[in-house]
Design a protein around this ligand. Structure first.
Ligand code: NAD
Length: 363
């Protein structure tokens, strides 16, 4: 199969769909890999590394779309690419179609086989191609929280780990899933006092088994949250209710009771955010201040650490890309239900229930 790796063209996106190491694996499986020149530069992977791995460099996306049986991206195709996508071509990338009717209809018009990273789902319900980005965002949340606690950044000058003789900072993580657990681990590692809140008792039991002694897994409730945000130096929003907007758990009234110069990191901003005062920000202008509390609400946090994110993404996507290339999409999907769940639009028809429901279109 001919596999094409495209350069990302969406603003602030430095990741690339495949590392040179991933390209080498595809080449070893007998596939031809075309890489758009400069595709890996934002993640620190130079063209020469792709050539050494066996890829052919291609100057334009038009040529890649014209020659490849399967194209891989990180973000969804942009409008300039719609006319380039060919009927029957496999498009394998994050799509998030339920939030974008224009893109959905454009992909239906192409007749391509559009497979979304985010809907590939294992039998236990986990989403293997979303998990690595949640791991990155959770870990980064504490790095950002610690940074914006510094006085020059607008924070109130607390070192999360404290020092001998001085109390550490207090971190409250709302949501104990992948993002929340990774955030709590980082905060614990720095020596902060960490509360992690969830509504799922089994999850809390698991967290209390695995987390260190400076982490306190607690049942989430409005009254507990009201109490904890008053003490917090950093609050991380990491809740997810599948298929729904994030609940607004920290209200404006609660915000008024927080310490001036405390920091809110709303990782759930891509689902609307879980603080009443949140709105999406960008890496170029990541924070704003409300009632003296610093808000960090970047919707694509992994893009800031593109090298780590690209490596983590390729680790997760490569086995699926190899299966698609080795077997073709029909056989790969007939042999693997988790892979079949990735199909969102095939030959002009929507094949994923959540997308069809979002726009009242037939499956
Ligand atoms: P997850 O499903 O692994 O975890 C979510 C957790 O929230 C679950 O354990 C659930 O029980 C808990 N929860 C639900 N309602 C709650 C409530 N009212 N109080 C406390 N806990 C509650 O999801 P995840 O992978 O950790 O993702 C969390 C959020 O982060 C999602 O919105 C995801 O889209 C987002 N995310 C954002 C970025 C970014 O760059 N901003 C990157 C990755 C993920």
């Amino acid at each position: 199969m001919v596999v094409g790796i495209l350069k990302e063209i969406k603003a602030e996106e430095n990741r690339v769909a495949m590392t040179p190491a991933g390209v080498e694996v595809l080449c070893h499986h007998g596939h031809t890999v075309l890489v758009e020149a400069g595709a890996g530069a934002g993640s620190g992977f130079m063209d020469e590394a792709y050539v050494a791995a066996g890829a052919t460099l291609i100057a334009t996306p038009a040529e890649i779309y014209g020659r490849a049986d399967m194209v891989m991206h990180v973000k969804e195709p942009q409008p300039s690419e719609y006319p380039l996508i060919r009927k029957g071509q496999v498009v394998f990338t994050y799509l998030h179609l339920a939030a974008d009717e224009e893109l959905t209809r454009a992909l239906m018009d192409t007749g391509a086989v559009c497979i979304a990273y985010e809907t590939i789902q294992k039998a236990d319900g986990t989403l293997p191609l979303l998990t690595p980005m949640s791991e990155v965002a959770g870990r980064m949340a504490i790095q950002q929280g610690a940074k914006y606690l510094e006085m020059a950044q607008g924070g109130h000058g607390v070192l999360l780990g404290g020092v001998p003789g001085v109390d550490p900072g207090t971190v409250v993580v709302i949501g104990g899933g992948v993002v929340g657990t990774n955030a709590a681990k980082m905060a614990c590692g720095l020596g902060a006092k960490v509360y992690i809140l969830d509504m799922n008792l089994d999850r809390l039991r698991y967290l209390s088994d695995i987390m260190p002694a400076n982490c306190f897994p607690l049942m989430s409730s409005p009254s507990l949250l009201r109490k904890l945000v008053r003490e917090a130096d950093v609050v991380v929003g990491a809740v997810l209710i599948t298929g729904a907007k994030a609940p607004r758990l920290v209200t404006r009234d609660m915000l008024k009771t927080m310490k001036r110069g405390a920091v809110l990191v709303d990782v759930a901003i891509d689902q609307g955010g879980c603080f009443e005062t949140s709105h999406p920000t960008t890496h170029g202008s990541p924070i704003f201040v409300v009632d003296g509390v610093v808000h960090y609400c970047v919707a694509n946090m992994p893009g800031a650490v593109a090298k780590t994110s690209t490596l983590a993404l390729t680790n997760a996507t490569l086995p699926y890309a190899v299966a698609l290339a080795d077997k073709g999409w029909r056989r790969a999907m007939s042999e693997s239900h988790e892979m079949a769940l990735g199909a969102n639009v095939v030959d002009g028809k929507i094949t994923y229930a959540g997308v069809a429901e979002a726009f009242g279109l037939p499956l």
